[in-house]
Structure formats: structure tokens, C-alpha cells
Design a protein around this ligand. Structure first.
Ligand code: MEV
Length: 310
């Protein structure tokens, strides 16, 4: 058993398929090079620190998630320091990243054998995500743990190849309700009108399936159109808002091939634009909180760092 260990979990952006993925449809997500780092130290008593302010409720959920993780590994007392490079609760997978980071750090204390480690990270992160999301599909923590661009359905993630480079520009469109609440409200609406909601989920799943082909064939115009249609369907599900729509239209006006909310949406959070040449848009967005993530063609040498806060 080690006394000190660190772990990292990548933030993510969902390109297509959020919410429908909770109902068994496929989604596509991409890991960012920025995320959450966890430093864990065996100590006389447990404590938890985070480098960003969060609401009282979020803090309580974090504490419960941490306790779940300790129970999973039968570890008693740990001092945990969390450093997030992404804004918490804005749709960029901070809770999935945090769960993967904590799982990695705690497993480091236990000196877990490498062969079992990936499986263990996923199972501990899932336990923690239940505290944050209620009924997580698993797309966030799988993407965080696996890295790269992935398609995910029903607990199984597969890495995609992208022959053409692209850039995602995420603009923050204000505060939003937590994911658990937004997912629960949507569940209540779909329970009232299951058939109609199911039709929309299926259509979103269809967009994600096409998205896999668009990415693997390097057809960014196709992918952009899928972003736009997905945004329309998320709006039909009641997950958009004036803040979000404003950011979507701004990104499209700045040349995005497509733009949509990413993550749970609801009333704000991150909005994603797909670009081939983002320089002009990023310059014009100066003064706004923006995260820029480059995904180099994987026929070129992979680049370790894909995301920066601009
Ligand atoms: C949240 O990042 C993505 C949602 O689809 C919820 C989930 O998949 O668990 C909204």
C-alpha cells in the first residue's frame, strides 16, 4: 500500500447523442486533454478539497461520491485534493473526469495490478457517477477513462478514427441546473408521452450512427449538419434555452459547420461549435469563456494536448 498517489480523469465533450444515450441509443463523445487531477494521501482522518467553489448540494454529492469510492476499495481514511481545469457542472464532463481521477488515485494507493486496473477504474467511477447523475449512461466516465473519440452504447465504448482534423470550440452559456435534475425532468416528460419521446430518442440515435460514419470518412460538413439537427431535437425535448440558442447561433455565424449544446443542457452550460479553421472565430470570441480542443487527423502523429482555455 502506498501513502500518496495521484490520478487524472479527462473532461469530455459529447458530439452527438446526449440524453438519448440514457435510453440505450448510441452517442459520440471526445476526451479533452484538460480534466481533473486527484491527489490522495493516507491520513489520520478523511478530508476533501476542491480548487473551485461549488454549491452546497454539489459539495454534499461530492462527499457522498468520495465515500462510495472509499467503500469500493475498502480504504478507510484519505485526504483528497482535487484540481479541476474545467468549469464544474457546465456539461464538459467534470463529474465523470473527477470520478475517474479519484478512482485512479485511490487505486494507486492500493497498488492495483495493471491488468485489472481499467475495469476497476470504470466500476468505481460508475459508482461515483450514480451520486452525481442518478442514472448515468456511462458515456462520460468511459470517454474520460478511454481517451480519444469514442462511440458509446449500453456500457460499451469503441474508439473512432478521424482521417480529417477538426476543432471543437466550447462556449459557456451561463449556469444550468445539475445533470441529475435535468435528466430526471426529461424522464418525467417521457413517462407521460413515452411513444413520442421514444421516437425522438431513436432519431437522435440515428444521428449518432451517421456521425460515426461522418467522422470515420472525414466528412466534416456531414458531421456539422448532424450537430445542427441534434440541436433541433434537443430543443424539441425541452433541453435548450435562450442562452443556449444565442450561443448556437453565434457559433454558426462565426463559421461553425454545426453547433449544439453539449452535455445535459437545460438552461445554460457549454455549447459546442465544430470548425475546420477556428482561428477567426476564436479571435472574435475573445473576452468570452471558451475552451478550444483540436482533434488532429489520426493519420498524422497524435498530439498529446488537444484543449486549451482561450
Ligand atoms: C451528461 O454529460 C450526458 C447525459 O446524456 C447523461 C448521461 O449520459 O448519463 C445528459
Amino acid at each position: 500500500m502506498s501513502v500518496f498517489s495521484t490520478g487524472f480523469g479527462a473532461a469530455k465533450a459529447i458530439l452527438l447523442g446526449e440524453h438519448a444515450v440514457v435510453y440505450g441509443e448510441p452517442a459520440i463523445a471526445a476526451a479533452l486533454s484538460v480534466g481533473v487531477t486527484a491527489e490522495a494521501r493516507l491520513a489520520p482522518r478523511s478530508s476533501l478539497q476542491l480548487n473551485q467553489p461549488v454549491s452546497k448540494d454539489a459539495r454534499a454529492a461530492l462527499q457522498r461520491a468520495f465515500e462510495r469510492a472509499l467503500r469500493c476499495l475498502d480504504i478507510d481514511k484519505v485526504e483528497l485534493q482535487l484540481t479541476s481545469e474545467v468549469p464544474i457542472g457546465m456539461g464538459l464532463g467534470s463529474s465523470g473526469a473527477l470520478s475517474v481521477a479519484v478512482a485512479n488515485a485511490l487505486l494507486g494507493l492500493k497498488s492495483q495490478a495493471a491488468s485489472r486496473r481499467k475495469h476497476k477504474v470504470l466500476s468505481i467511477a460508475l459508482e461515483m457517477e450514480k451520486e452525481f447523475h442518478g442514472t448515468p449512461s456511462g458515456v462520460d466516465h468511459h470517454t474520460s477513462a478511454l481517451g480519444g473519440i469514442v462511440t458509446f452504447k449500453n456500457g460499451i465504448a469503441r474508439r473512432l478514427t478521424n482521417p480529417r482534423s477538426f476543432t471543437l470550440v466550447a462556449v459557456l452559456a451561463g449556469q444550468r441546473p445539475n445533470t441529475k435534475e435535468t435528466v430526471q425532468r426529461l424522464r418525467e416528460r417521457q413517462q407521460l408521452w413515452p411513444q413520442r419521446y421514444r421516437r425522438v430518442f431513436r432519431e437522435i440515435g440515428q444521428l449518432a450512427k451517421e456521425g460515426v460514419q461522418a467522422i470515420e470518412q472525414g466528412d466534416l460538413e456531414w458531421l456539422g449538419d448532424l450537430f445542427n439537427m441534434n440541436q433541433g431535437l434537443l430543443s424539441a425535448l425541452g433541453l435548450s434555452s435562450p442562452n443556449i440558442e444565442e450561443a448556437v447561433y453565434r457559433l454558426r455565424k462565426l463559421g461553425a459547420l454545426g453547433a449544439k449544446l453539449t452535455g445535459a443542457g437545460g438552461d445554460g452550460g457549454a455549447v459546442l461549435g465544430l470548425f475546420e479553421n477556428p482561428q477567426d472565430a476564436v479571435r472574435k470570441l475573445r473576452g468570452h469563456e471558451v475552451i478550444v480542443a483540436h482533434f488532429k487527423s489520426d493519420t498524422l502523429k497524435p498530439k498529446k494536448h488537444n484543449a486549451v482555455r482561450a
